[in-house]
Design a protein. Structure first.
Length: 730
């Protein structure tokens, strides 16, 4: 903290720029901090003390910068808070930002059906129709008040919720009130990355220190935050909603203007839909039409969607959203308990379009080449007006445009409009420009060089750390053939073959005989998981797996996810008590199991990965990103194919990282795919701590012998049936 003493502050101001504490651009260390898993780290410092930025005055003594510690999930934040309790900084003033779903303690009213706690909160606090919430008070809105509630720092979200129940005060609003006086703010990093959420939470980042843990997904998160996806039907209903509010006399000029803009956008969209469907045949269905940003802008101009109308749309969106909860406007126009402003779904549409158009058109359209505009169609499955939430730009747009407007062709498909940002620097660079420093860390950042080009930010320091565990606690084996000598090359052409599926099943079976307690097996896709499961059920391998392990599967989407994970943990605990055989969990790389969950110790004595999880080659967003990178190689971006491979390696490394969670842990990593034995670039794609330990086994016998010796060393009691048993093919 010496940098923030008065004398040293003046000395700093005399220089032109703050220098990093470590002048070496790249260093290597033998272990991660505090005995944790190894991590790659990149750091950027900015000269935030310059008087030109207007954040401080030279004659004032600045306070220490606020620290934002961000991770992907609250489960990860919980682990960080647990470690903070062990440090000398445990008395720091802090807060944790979370959604109402995690923190609301209000009990739903009897007879009222709310979609979620957020809707219930908005309804209760509605200035006209709401009845108020007894928990919205100031009992926990300051750190002094928390001390009176016997809250000891650092606390977790669950601790705050329990305190809220005790003193009958809202944890959600308390955590937000504490931001101003907190020295460190914990939150999922989407709270900082997404401008809409950041503005809603009123987070000020100028001069702050930001640490983004688990930052391997930061590029995707930034692209997602700068993108927008909206359904045709939602645009239509938003237009009708604006007309309705205008007819009530609430800022009629503003709401009529918004409705007119949305109408022009619908007209443009209708024309593109009709043009695409003119070329459709029974044999060829065109599901999306795509335009580069510059071409899309020229096309928008033809329908009065231009710079002038967009600036007005952005301005009026802010005023309309503010007016929705304005007591003054409500009291002047309401004589009854009718809806007094635009619906929440309309706010999502207006704000999403306003952000996307703004990023494309602002600053002399400097980012126009970073966008693609897509009009596509998906099967009808439900509208955002029904779900009160819009799909994200980097997820395939789903929902049901019911095609109410007469000028759009009726079909079994719903049409959507996507603004897809290809450059994560559009979101990241403005943040990096105003903060004091920003740190990215994760066990799977490598290759690090892509972050500078993708995020449009120069990182002063880079560090790749090896694992802190002893060498004999980690075993890594790459396997290219199974127990019957058949090749295990996990390419699309091979995974559909019956022989491959049989050999893979027998391989996993033999591994499960050797490794005790919990075993995770990661596959590239849900489709392959289901195909393998059906084959193994018919061939009898599934039944054999169940003899040695309790077999569980990660389901597509969120279906049965929490019960599955709890069943996995319970099975490990029963095995530890000598009452079970331990679990085998089939999961998906990039799925929920692959990050954010704790599989320390017996929860994961082995991790199996099958294949390389390349993104879907025919996904429109993946294709456009590859095309964009190929067109921008000269400005430092990796080529489309290099970017494509990097995405696969990071997902693979993230899955492998579920094993070995602390310095006393031990476990085996099994990489099944012959390509790792024949193609050097695949090996180089592995994290450094894995790559330097990997062994290549040309035959299954040698693989099995080495793995069994490793397990016996750490767990002397290995069942007799773990001996390799050459059975006849099923």
């Amino acid at each position: 903290m010496d940098d923030f003493q008065p004398k040293k502050f003046v000395k700093k101001m005399e220089g032109t720029k703050l220098q990093s504490h470590n002048e070496e651009s790249t260093t290597e260390a033998e272990g991660g901090a505090d005995g944790s898993t190894p991590s790659d780290t990149v750091t950027v410092d900015t000269s935030w003390l310059s008087t030109q930025c207007g954040c401080v005055q030279t004659e004032e003594v600045p306070r220490a910068p606020k620290i934002f510690y961000c991770s992907r999930t609250h489960q990860q934040i919980k682990q960080v808070v647990r470690e903070l309790r062990k440090s000398v900084y445990k008395d720091v003033k802090m807060t944790i930002l979370s959604s109402r779903e995690h923190t609301c303690i209000q009990i739903p009213w009897s007879g009222h059906k709310f979609k979620n706690k957020t809707e219930m909160c908005h309804t209760l606090l509605d200035p006209i129709e709401g009845y108020g919430c007894m928990y919205k008070n100031n009992h926990m809105s300051s750190h002094a008040a928390l001390e009176n509630c016997k809250m000891v720092s650092p606390w977790d979200v669950e601790d705050l919720v329990q305190a809220g129940h005790r003193v009958k005060s809202c944890p959600y609003f308390a955590s937000r009130d504490l931001v101003d006086t907190a020295d460190i703010v914990f939150c999922p990093y989407v709270y900082l990355i997404d401008p809409k959420i950041r503005n809603m939470m009123k987070l000020q980042l100028r001069g702050a220190v930001i640490l983004l843990d688990e930052a391997h997904n930061i590029e995707d998160s930034c692209r997602d935050a700068a993108s927008c996806s909206v359904l045709y039907d939602d645009i239509f209903q938003s237009m009708e909603d604006c007309k309705r509010v205008a007819s009530m006399g609430i800022l009629p000029e503003i709401h009529d203007s918004l409705a007119a803009f949305l109408s022009n956008l619908m007209t443009w969209m209708s024309q593109k839909i009709r043009f695409a469907e003119m070329y459709q045949t029974d044999k060829e269905k065109i599901d999306a039409s795509t335009w580069g940003g510059a071409i899309a802008v020229a096309s928008f101009e033809e329908h009065n969607v231009n710079l002038e109308s967009i600036l007005e749309f952005k301005k009026f969106t802010v005023e309309a959203v503010a007016a929705t909860n304005s007591d003054e406007n409500i009291m002047q126009t309401k004589a009854s308990y009718e809806q007094h402003g635009v619906q929440k779904a309309t706010v999502f549409v207006l704000e999403g379009l306003s952000l996307a158009f703004g990023l494309m058109y602002d600053n002399n359209m400097e980012h126009i080449w970073d966008y693609y505009v897509v009009v596509g169609r998906n099967p009808i499955v439900g509208s955002s007006f029904e779900k009160d939430v819009l799909p994200s730009g980097w997820s395939n747009a789903s929902g049901s445009p019911r095609l109410i407007a007469e000028d759009v062709p009726h079909s079994d498909w719903g049409h959507y409009l996507n603004f897809l940002c290809m450059n994560p620097g559009v979101i990241f660079q403005p943040i990096a420009d105003v903060v004091r420093s920003i740190v990215l860390t994760s066990g799977t950042l490598a290759p690090l060089e892509t972050f500078t080009s993708e995020l449009s930010t120069t990182f002063t320091n880079e560090l790749q750390a090896l694992h802190i565990i002893d060498e004999n606690r980690l075993w890594v084996g790459s396997l290219g053939s199974g127990p019957r000598g058949r090749e295990l090359q996990v390419s699309y052409q091979h995974t559909s073959l019956s022989d491959f599926r049989q050999e893979l099943g027998n391989t996993i079976l033999e591994v499960c005989k050797v490794i005790p307690y919990g075993v995770l097996c990661f596959l590239p896709s849900y489709g392959l998981l289901e195909a393998l499961r059906q084959h193994w059920l018919m061939s009898g391998i599934w039944k054999e797996l169940e003899v040695h392990k309790e077999v569980l599967c990660e389901m597509r989407g969120n279906k049965d996810f929490l019960p599955t994970i709890q069943a996995y943990y319970d099975s490990v605990r029963h095995c530890e008590l000598g009452m079970g055989k331990g679990p085998l969990l089939f999961a998906i790389m990039r799925g929920k199991v692959s990050e954010g969950l704790d599989f320390a110790d017996n929860r994961a004595r082995g991790v199996i990965t099958v294949g390389i999880p390349y993104p879907h080659l025919y996904d429109i967003q993946v294709g456009l990103k590859r095309k964009y990178n190929d067109a921008n190689v000269k400005r430092g971006l990796k080529s489309g194919s290099q970017w494509y491979e990097t995405q696969a390696y990071r997902a693979l490394n993230q899955a492998l990282g579920r094993c070995i969670r602390h310095k006393n842990d031990w476990g085996a990593l099994i990489i099944i795919d012959k390509r790792f034995m024949t193609v050097e670039k695949h090996v180089q794609g592995l994290s450094k701590w894995i790559r330097r330990k990997v062994q290549f086994f040309p035959t299954f016998e040698k693989f099995h012998f080495s793995l069994r010796n490793f397990v016996q060393y750490h767990n002397p009691v290995v069942p007799e049936e773990s001996q390799l048993n050459h059975q006849n093919d099923n």
